[in-house]
Write a protein that binds this ligand. Sequence first.
Ligand code: ITT
Length: 188
Amino acid sequence: MILKIITSNQGKFIEYREALSSFSIDAEHVRIPYDEIQTSELSEVVEKGMAALKEKGLRDFIIDDSGMFVDALKGFPGVYSSYVQKTIGNAGILKLMENVNEREANFQCCIGCNVNGKDIIVTGKCDGVILKEEKGTDGFGYDPIFSHDGKISLAEMPIPEKNGISHRGNAVRLLMKELEDIIGNAKY
Ligand code: ITT
């Protein structure tokens, strides 16, 4: 089985390819722009994105809307994570967190999957903290400043290890539980 991963983000695609391979699903990278509405819920962005893509005739695909939610910043950047990464970036988040002791944060990944005419939406989460400085050179986006264990950053973890604990890895595992009913051969 092949699923199209519709994203502009190469880093996400590489993670999906690795995660889905354990379930004997092939991933194909497809770059088709779709409107991401501005709303307070990742799942709403995904729902609307799926509808727009299906209208264009797309089938058997995954889209993903993710965000990093920092407790001390009242959930910011959250649904604005993409804009914030492009503007103030990791250095900007570290600046906002200067002298802040409460560094808890969580990453969320909402997957929308269309397969065999059915839509599945699941959200995976990873709790962690914002580090005091950027660490590591792997991964993408906020990986250098986010740590699941308070020690190493996501950018210091090989992809299979990151998938083992990450918001995206957790979302894929939730998706596979639901997909089992539809395609019948998923193992988890
Ligand atoms: P698409 O919407 O085209 O899939 P995007 O990069 O815009 O790609 P999102 O809106 O889902 O994706 O991501 C919001 C921001 O969060 C963006 O800056 C990403 O780089 C970042 N991000 C998403 N997943 C991440 C992860 O696993 N680790 C670190 N940063 C991540």
